[in-house]
Design a binder for this molecule. Structure first.
Ligand code: NAD
Length: 386
């Protein structure tokens, strides 16, 4: 990817680590599964997605890309531009600006869509267009949003999140490591002996809870599902009632995918000096606006992505990344590990190939990755890494 004159960049480092995508791109250069097709994407624009977009381009696709709210990295956008990939929009936390970027992608009527959070397909449900063959959705949050729209969508949409590979490689192992790394990166605070409360004990929450426990924190878990709470209990985590878990937390992490996990009314419960941050896809898990409204004074460490609220009663509350997904925000955001994304994005490339070739039916609307793709990707990864 690098010309002789350019210094190697992080994007080159990441591309070199995405060995499975590199092998897939080599195959796609021969097979050209996307020849003559346009793919519209709305996914975090950062070095690992650049490797995915280059793989799709190698397969003959014309790409029209935009990011997700807040996570677009300007260096990646500039780099993609130099590779001839059209990027719409820029880094923003302004939801209405982001809406315009999404509309601009759909105005091009791409043949396939690669969605992350359901932003594109939710619009398609309202404004369908004939040439759309279907596509992929990356996340849990997107699946929750799109599943009720199946009747309107009636297109093959394969949900990458629901592959067991994505579940264990990315959500369980990588998100935990990455959110732990983000806590250290943002705050430079010790985790030893800290009382950490994790909201949500799904795939992501399991990894987060395990990583903080491994770093000598005292970890509590809150999950609305009693069966999942039982699992957390048997895994050795404290499972106090919600109010107690909030009162005790030195660090409070939300990773549920659901809105309104921590809200303004919880303010009296929060401990002096508590650090709040979110790993869920949307910035709606912690009601930052409501918490800020209650502050007497707000100090924003802009470059570090930390907001400190000084309350009238003398307590301080720290919020990382304004409640946006912390591992893709703040100083030098790295996101999940290269290997985990290499696996997840190869699932993306293979699912888009399947939809492009008409091998997925309209009844496969918001369904998991087909087993044969999981098996082929697992075998290919093991062959490269044994
Ligand atoms: N930060 C990242 O890099 C990254 C990567 C992958 C996924 N995600 C996001 O993380 C979120 C969680 O993903 P997941 O795969 O773990 O989902 P999941 O569905 O496996 O787990 C979510 C858990 O949260 C629980 N929950 C829901 N509402 C709750 C509430 N009000 N209080 C307490 N618990 C509640 C559910 O019972 C469930 O156990 C999603 O938004 C997903 O898109 C982030």
């Amino acid at each position: 990817m690098m010309s002789d004159m350019e210094l190697p960049s992080r994007i080159d480092w990441v591309a070199a680590g995405c060995r499975l995508l590199a092998a897939t791109a080599e195959e796609f250069r021969r097979t050209q599964p996307f020849a003559g097709l346009a793919i519209g994407t709305a996914i975090h624009l950062e070095p690992k997605t650049a490797a995915l977009l280059m793989t799709l381009k190698a397969g003959g696709a014309r790409l029209i890309a935009t990011g997700n709210l807040n996570s677009t990295q300007p260096e990646t956008v500039a780099w993609l531009g130099r590779q001839g990939i059209a990027v719409v929009g820029e880094q923003t936390t302004d939801a209405s600006a982001h809406d315009r970027f999404l509309d601009a992608i759909l105005a091009e009527q791409p043949d396939l869509l690669l969605d992350n959070g359901g932003d594109l397909f939710a619009r398609v449900a309202e404004r369908p267009y004939a040439r759309l063959r279907g596509g992929t959705e990356e996340t849990t949050s997107g699946r929750m949003r799109l599943a009720p729209l199946r009747e309107k969508l009636k297109l093959p949409i394969l949900v990458i999140n629901d592959s067991p590979i994505k579940q264990f490689a990315e959500n369980r192992h990588a998100v935990g490591q990455s959110l732990f790394e983000s806590f250290m990166r943002f705050t430079n605070r010790s985790t030893n002996g800290k009382r950490v409360t994790v909201f949500g004990y799904g795939a992501c929450g399991k990894g987060v809870a395990a990583c903080f426990r491994n770093a000598f924190s005292v970890v509590s878990v809150v999950d609305i599902d009693p069966v999942t709470s039982l699992e957390a209990h048997l895994d050795g985590f404290a499972t106090p009632l919600r109010e107690t878990a909030i009162r005790n937390a030195d660090v409070l992490i939300t990773v549920t995918g659901a809105p309104g996990i921590l809200y303004g009314a919880d303010l009296p419960l929060l401990k002096d000096g508590v650090i709040l941050f979110n790993g869920g896809h949307f910035p709606h898990e912690i009601d930052v606006a409501a918490l800020e409204t209650a502050a007497e004074r707000i100090v924003r460490y802009e470059a570090d992505g930390i907001t400190t609220l000084h309350l009238r009663d003398g307590r301080t509350i720290h919020i990382l990344a304004g409640g946006h997904m912390a591992n893709l925000a703040g100083p030098r955001p790295l996101g999940n590990s290269i290997e985990s994304m290499d696996l997840g994005f190869t699932l993306q490339a293979r699912c888009l190939e399947m939809v492009a070739q008409g091998r997925a039916g309209r009844d496969q609307c918001v369904v998991p990755v087909p087993d044969e793709i999981d098996a082929a990707v697992a075998e290919a990864y093991l062959a490269l890494h044994r």
